[in-house]
Design a protein. Structure first.
Length: 144
């Protein structure tokens, strides 16, 4: 039996920031072809570059929902420069760990945030710093 931390179970059973944002500043959608998880993340970013709201819709397992929820909590109220630095390891650590077979869910959360930020930069006609662009090719299970 797979054991999840109390934080994972809390974010799975009581996910934060679920929903969509009309007129979002950036939208990112990623998925995992192997397990079928799909995450869609919506960002509302003010003129100062602060993420004032973030929502998500995730179709997937408990770990996928928990990592989506935690990632949104970690970037809400942050400047985009800080949000770009979000890593899957930070998401997993914030949840007090994930079973090894579920670490790909934290990768999807990171990639979802980065994809939404890339969309934000693209809509503004700006270039996202290369080191923070989504790395879908690094995740053999990711697709968009």
């Amino acid at each position: 039996m797979m054991m999840y931390s109390e934080k994972v179970m809390d974010h799975f059973t009581n996910p934060r920031n679920v929903g969509e944002i009309d007129g979002a500043s950036g939208v990112g959608e990623v998925g995992n072809a192997k397990c079928g998880d799909i995450m869609k993340i919506f960002l509302k970013i003010d003129d100062d570059g602060v993420i004032t709201d973030v929502k998500f819709n995730t179709f997937g397992c408990g770990a996928a929902i928990a990592t989506s929820s935690m990632a949104t909590e970690m970037i809400k109220g942050k400047h985009i420069e800080d949000a770009m630095k979000l890593t899957n390891k930070a998401v997993a650590q914030a949840l007090d760990g994930l079973p090894p077979v579920k670490l790909h869910c934290s990768v999807l959360a990171e990639e979802g945030v980065r994809t939404a930020l890339l969309d934000y930069f693209t809509r503004r006609g700006e270039e996202m710093p290369e080191e923070y662009k989504p790395r879908h090719e690094d995740c053999d299970a990711c697709f968009i």
